[in-house]
Design a protein around this ligand. Structure first.
Ligand code: PLP
Length: 441
């Protein structure tokens, strides 16, 4: 594609993008295609000769678009959102155009320094401790893996990296029964063993019970095991429950454990003064993450990961082959050493565009509107005779179920009815909701 064609197609695509966002409500929110439809509609082999863009475009409309679930559709209520916004999309276009690989300061000084600056902006806006440092990771799953590896290496004076785990203590990690599956995955990958991942009981609001945490740590110590780390959640995936950070932090201090806080979804709400109390005690954490790609108008992928001790993070990941040494290493942040991957996208650009386009106050208004909508909906559920709330509404996630009088009151019968209702709603193409299971219900 020559640059004149690129210019013409790019204009055409931007028009299409604006129309798409304007008319998205008319599309079925959840893709209605049957499994294998898209795969079978595509040719068996890649084309030998380049094709005209107009043909690619037709196939995009005819084959690809029917298989897209529209995450930015106003009827999308499934999972946690992967939100987006026009300024963030524009930044992604620029990022793709620049094609910069931002592994070292030297490979794009602006990318490294903008990342440092926007992380500082966020740190201050969320009222995190001034001495903390921030770095952008691709996802919360990666951030949590970084935290567990840092906890492991800090405990072992950075020797497991060299010697492996064969002589290491039998580490235990603690999190609640409501924690996200990325904690299990990180425990697996870090070689800590899911057998020693302790799922701590929760209270009636689905928040971790500190007393049960303390007991589990004491039992493990008596058994000669080595408690290593607690992962607390602010805003759990099923109900947005808030684990009590002050009590958990105090237990971590007492037993010398690393504390990682996963606020993947809810972290953005710390921008609201009236919700900042949910994060009280955060200063006791060793690391904290949240996803601007979930609730801060920033395109996937973008996880803001903050650490108390950046030298522990860097010592865990640093590798210095000759070909990556540069003259400025002592003066700058080389983010390749702040996480797992070497190559890095220029993600700070979209955060910068979002923060400048909306301003913190614009983002606060957007959050408040979401909280208000959830509260209105929760009131309606409470007033409806046939529906009931299944968990406290701490933020903007409403867990409810249908329980009309004509259905037998056994849990199985109610669950079956709700499965059918969910399927029927999702088949309308107007809304997309997802389910969870809570407690024994
Ligand atoms: N932590 C929590 C509490 C989540 O709800 C999720 C995803 O919904 C994750 C972690 C994983 O997020 P990511 O897709 O960024 O890895």
């Amino acid at each position: 594609m020559n640059l004149e064609d690129f210019r013409q197609h790019a204009h055409q695509l931007v028009d299409w993008m604006a129309d798409y966002l304007q008319n998205i409500e008319q599309l079925p929110v959840k893709s209605q295609v049957a499994p294998r439809t898209i795969y079978q509609a595509l040719p068996a082999a890649a084309p030998e000769q380049g094709e005209d863009f107009s043909r690619i475009w037709v196939d995009l409309q005819q084959i690809i678009m029917p298989g897209i679930t529209h995450w930015q559709h106003p009827g999308f209520f499934a999972y946690f959102p992967a939100n987006s916004s026009p300024p963030s999309v524009l930044a992604e276009m620029l990022t793709a155009t620049l094609g910069a690989q931002c592994m070292l300061w030297e490979t794009s000084p602006a990318a490294a320094e903008l990342e440092e600056k926007v992380m500082d902006w966020l740190k201050n806006a969320l009222q995190l401790p001034e001495s903390w440092s921030g770095v952008i990771q691709d996802t919360a799953s990666t951030g949590t893996l970084c935290a567990l590896l840092t906890a492991r290496e800090r405990f072992a004076a950075y020797q497991i990296n060299h010697q492996g785990l064969q002589n290491a203590p039998q580490f235990c990690v603690y999190t609640s029964t409501q924690a996200h599956s990325s904690i299990d995955k990180a425990v697996k990958i870090a070689g800590l063993g899911t057998e020693r991942l302790r799922k701590i009981a929760v209270d009636e609001a689905f928040a971790l019970q500190p007393q049960a945490l303390r007991q589990a740590i004491e039992v493990d110590l008596q058994a000669g095991l080595q408690p290593l780390c607690v992962v607390a959640t602010v805003g759990t995936t099923s109900t947005t429950a808030i684990d009590p950070l002050p009590e958990i932090g105090a237990i971590c201090q007492e037993f010398g454990l690393f504390l990682h806080v996963d606020a993947a979804y809810a972290g953005t709400v710390a921008l609201l003064p009236e919700k900042r109390h949910l994060f009280a005690g955060i200063e006791q954490a060793d690391s904290f993450l949240f996803n601007p790609h979930k609730w801060m108008l920033t395109n996937f992928d973008c996880t803001a990961y903050f650490v108390k001790d950046k030298s522990a993070l860097i010592q865990t990941f640093e590798i210095l082959p000759e070909y990556l040494k540069t003259a400025h290493d002592s003066q700058v942040n080389n983010y390749r050493d702040w996480g797992i991957q070497l190559g890095r996208r220029f993600r700070s650009l979209k955060l910068w565009f979002v923060l400048r386009s909306y301003g913190l106050e614009g983002i606060r208004q957007y959050l408040r509107q979401h909280l208000e909508l959830a509260s209105v909906f929760a009131d309606k559920i409470q007033q409806a005779a046939d529906f009931e709330l299944m968990a406290p509404v701490s933020l903007n996630l409403v867990c409810f179920r249908w329980k009309p009088a004509f259905i037998a009151s056994s849990t199985e019968a109610v669950n079956r009815a709700n499965e059918q209702l969910l399927k029927a709603l999702n088949n309308t193409g107007k809304v997309y909701l997802t389910h969870t299971k809570l407690g024994d219900a």
